[in-house]
Design a protein around this ligand. Sequence first.
Ligand code: HEC
Length: 98
Amino acid sequence: MCCLAAVLAACATVEVDKTGMTTGDDYVQGVCNQCHTHERICEKLGKDSDYWSGTVGFMRMMGAPLDDSEKELVVNHLASLDAGDPSICQATYEQPPE
Ligand code: HEC
């Protein structure tokens, strides 16, 4: 029942090697680009932690591999960024294919 968005090759469990990831930024950079590009996150920057808590919870239902404490780090990090933050909007690391 994972695939409301079956068009994205997103629904399989995503395997991420989280060795060395400690901050919210690390998890965003390493986990959140597994199913879609960071453009999607960039569009939503500037929203508050309620938005991010709901959205990251939804991402976990979609298969994002984050435990509760990792989720909290990600939520706090994203809620602290302003719209257009370059760490998200101009990310240069590998993005998944469109
Ligand atoms: C397991 C795959 C997967 C992972 C990992 C994932 N996402 Fe998503 N994400 C999706 C899918 C599927 C959608 C819906 C795409 C669509 O609208 O077609 C989505 C949509 C979004 C949206 C747009 C929501 C909206 O209301 O328009 C945001 C923001 C987002 N993701 C943020 C994140 C963040 C932050 C992370 C890391 C914590 C993340 N995603 C990790 C699958 C994933």
